[in-house]
Design a protein around this ligand. Sequence first.
Ligand SMILES: NC(=O)c1ccc[n+]([C@@H]2O[C@H](COP(=O)([O-])OP(=O)(O)OC[C@H]3O[C@@H](n4cnc5c(N)ncnc54)[C@H](OP(=O)(O)O)[C@@H]3O)[C@@H](O)[C@H]2O)c1
Length: 228
Amino acid sequence: MKTVILTGSSKGIGLALTRRLLSMDYKVYGISRSFQNPEKNFIPIQCDILDSKKLEEVIGYILNEETEINLLVNNAGIGYFGPHEQLGVRDIQTMIRTNLEVPLILSKLLLRELKKNQGMIMFVSSVTAKKISTHGCAYSASKAGLTHFSNSLFEEVRKSGIKVTTIHPDMTKSNFYDNLNFTYEDEEDCVLLEDQIADAVEYVLKNSNNIVINDITVRPQKNKIKRK
Ligand SMILES: NC(=O)c1ccc[n+]([C@@H]2O[C@H](COP(=O)([O-])OP(=O)(O)OC[C@H]3O[C@@H](n4cnc5c(N)ncnc54)[C@H](OP(=O)(O)O)[C@@H]3O)[C@@H](O)[C@H]2O)c1
């Protein structure tokens, strides 16, 4: 059985990834502040990932418990949108820390272990990393930074046998839009399902024996958003 550490396992894409990885016989350490019902081979780790000291302790604990970690999935993320001058300073800080700083720290803490096991790191970025995003300048900057980090990290560690993949989802049905003033158009070809992101992750895991899939971008057929 392989072991994965996944952030943001409580809802949305992270919950779908948790269920998929469990079905693929992974033991899942899920890090978030809240949890759904526990399942077999799922170890809930309650932690605010912005508490760097606790996060470091948590990783130390897991490394102590497990003989081998095979996969790190940096999924937790948040979005604040609107004209940039109207964003709160705290919201900007929280978003940059959650979306960019934490994945950088977790990668740093787990690289030695993953090198040992020829493991894999996945980053859940966003299509906004690759395009101009008015009213999402800071969010897209956090995701562009994440994608750039991922690409550079792969070049740094590829000789050690580590695989690095960035997933770029477009609008996906999840709790991400709960506190925003816009949301997805709830029609089949206008929004992705969380399970479709899990399909992409499963594809990467099943097709990475002798190759590295660095980038997957998943988009719905149509592009529509809805004001609330
Ligand atoms: N939905 C989309 O349209 C979309 C599109 C492109 C990319 N993405 C990216 O996909 C990833 C997952 O988003 P989602 O759509 O699944 O959103 P979501 O439903 O809001 O889930 C976010 C997850 O992140 C966790 N999280 C956030 N802040 C945290 C913190 N400080 N400490 C611990 N856990 C924290 C949440 O757990 P708790 O609240 O329980 O702590 C939750 O499990 C994000 O990186 C997002 O940027 C989403």
